[in-house]
Design a protein around this ligand. Structure first.
Ligand SMILES: Cc1cc2nc3c(=O)[nH]c(=O)nc-3n(C[C@H](O)[C@H](O)[C@H](O)COP(=O)(O)OP(=O)(O)OC[C@H]3O[C@@H](n4cnc5c(N)ncnc54)[C@H](O)[C@@H]3O)c2cc1C
Length: 325
């Protein structure tokens, strides 16, 4: 015989349980609403009542409203690693009027920045990139030319919380960019005009599922930080090459910290009209050196991309997600 189900039914103030053998009725509903939440950790913790459909509707209503709203965005940031999050923070705080939409393929945003390097926790940031740490309130030890955050996850969780709290930012995670929108602009020139998205689980299973059409987000500017080459990584750089918009990938070169970090920051740019690339994805496009376990360039590249985007917005006229002048 099965054991009785532990239901944790809330209790009224006098300790009696609210139960009924009849189907849910208005009587029960009103009785349930009489239950006061109580934070009592001595064995009588009581939650405010909720019904399953309320949970479903609370989530789906907001998600689909966001999806509807962000079908036209000002900026799409692809990839929420250290570079993408640094860009989102700078751009969305400097320009609160811009709708910044982040697409992250993974369930967990943060990319490779939950650890320092080789599974070691500490995160190294060379000056002056540490100024972003000071601004967002991440503590560090000052070692002179560089600073050390005791755990990379402290940076990632802090910047993530700052970014997600901003009113003009929406992140869709577990969602992959699986193509770019390329159109003629107002001058008849080819331009990246947004992204094609799908839930990552669908994107990874196109070979087994035949009829899974994607969704789109129109935006005058896409900023890509999809990291190293991989099943998803370096996505926009690879797509540019595959579609013949740029001739070839440079492929990431061997490690040289001193050359690599300034190269990534200083070369972060609009690589094709409507598309800025930064972070380690840029090393794949340009053939820049890798820098190993040092995150300075990721933070500064994100910020450089944000300033580049602001310049573009300051010099363009935009209507319905398209540059018209
Ligand atoms: C082979 C290899 C070598 C490395 N070498 C270095 C190095 O030399 N220097 C260094 O600093 N770090 C290196 N790393 C570690 C790490 O990748 C980087 O430090 C750092 O995390 C890069 O930051 P990023 O923001 O550019 O990209 P990432 O932290 O990799 O973040 C990219 C994000 O984009 C998301 N994404 C990818 N494709 C898509 C898509 N199509 N749609 C939506 N989201 C997408 C990913 O899920 C991820 O969250 C290396 C990692 C690997 C695997």
């Amino acid at each position: 015989m099965s054991p009785p189900v532990l239901d944790g039914t809330p209790q009224t103030h006098d300790g009696s349980r609210i139960t009924s053998k009849s189907p849910i009725s208005n009587v029960i509903v009103s009785k349930q609403h009489l239950v006061e939440p109580k934070e009592d950790f001595s064995g009588n913790y009581v939650f405010a009542p909720i019904r399953e459909w309320e949970v479903s509707r609370a989530m789906s209503q907001r998600y689909f409203k966001d999806l509807y709203d962000r079908a036209i965005s000002d900026v799409v940031i692809v990839g929420a690693g250290s570079a993408g999050l640094s860009c989102a923070y700078r751009l969305a705080t400097e320009a609160p009027h811009l709708k910044v939409t982040i697409i992250e393929a993974n369930v967990a945003p943060g990319g490779g920045c939950w650890l320092g390097g080789q599974l070691l926790s500490a995160m190294i940031v060379r000056k002056p990139a540490h100024k972003l740490l000071m601004e967002i309130g991440v503590p560090f030890e000052d070692e002179g030319n560089y600073v050390v955050v005791k755990h990379a996850a402290l940076f990632t969780s802090t910047i993530l919380s700052k970014v997600l709290a901003l009113d003009n930012v929406k992140m869709f995670n577990a969602t992959a960019v699986e193509d770019l929108i390329v159109k003629e602009d107002h001058q008849g020139k080819q331009r990246i005009a947004g992204v094609v998205t799908n839930w990552t689980l669908v994107s990874l299973n196109h070979d087994t599922q035949s009829c899974m059409d994607p969704n789109t987000i129109t935006a005058p500017l896409v900023i890509s930080f999809t990291g190293h080459d991989g099943p998803m990584g370096a996505f926009c750089a690879k797509r540019l090459v595959k579609s013949g918009l740029v001739p070839q990938l440079g492929d990431m070169r061997c490690l040289d910290m001193s050359r690599a970090e300034p190269a990534i920051v200083n070369r972060t740019r609009e690589v094709y009209p409507g598309l800025i690339i930064g972070g380690m994805e840029l090393s794949e496009l340009d053939g820049a050196n890798r820098m190993g376990p040092c995150f300075s360039a990721m933070l500064a590249s994100g910020e450089k991309a944000a300033y580049t985007a602001l310049d573009i917005f300051n010099n363009s006229k935009i209507e319905n997600g398209e540059i018209i002048a």
